[in-house]
Design a protein around this ligand. Sequence first.
Ligand code: E4P
Length: 217
Amino acid sequence: MKFFIDTANLDQIKEANELGILDGVTTNPSLMAKEGIKGHDAIMKHYKDICEMVDGDISAEVVSTDFKDIVEEGKKLAAIHPNIVVKVPMIKDGVKAIKWFTDNGIKTNCTLVFNAGQAILCAKAGAKYVSPFVGRIDDTGWDGVQLVEQIVHIYGVQGFKTQVLAASMRSPNHIIRCAEAGAHVVTSPLESILGLLKHPLTDVGLAKFLEDAKKLQ
Ligand code: E4P
């Protein structure tokens, strides 16, 4: 399973990258806005900075919603760096654009996916990644991990090459359950990634080992 961080914050990307387990980054317009990035040039520079920090796929999202504009915007994003994956929303023109990008050698991540039917369309259009939003589904009282499991199953049965990128993680447990469900990639905030490190018995055990180690001197 690949491990992506879901943020546009350069310090957090650096911290996760230094752990040595990072395979890529996902961003979205809300995450970019949170970092106070404004204007075309600043946005392009920020994506370039991320690409230069992490050796892996970096999702940069289009904000256009009609086919021609999505294609034009996506081409500019893809030209920033070979690691850029153009993130396209699950709308009719988005599906058409994903197919165009696929036919023209540009990698895509289909975002805002909330059911299996949408995931089938992503795969048919040739997206590299499909992003089911697990946490947002859970927020509505449904089971987001169950959707990940269903998409993984359908893709396996049908032999689709699109990778299931479990997004909208809210906790370390989400990451574990998505790994169990067969997600090819999980993208999480730094907090959830670091949450995987923690267990109280690890802390207690380490304190005891360090205390006993003093007796060895
Ligand atoms: C996916 O790529 C999105 O950036 C992200 O995972 C959305 O997460 P949220 O529901 O926490 O905003």
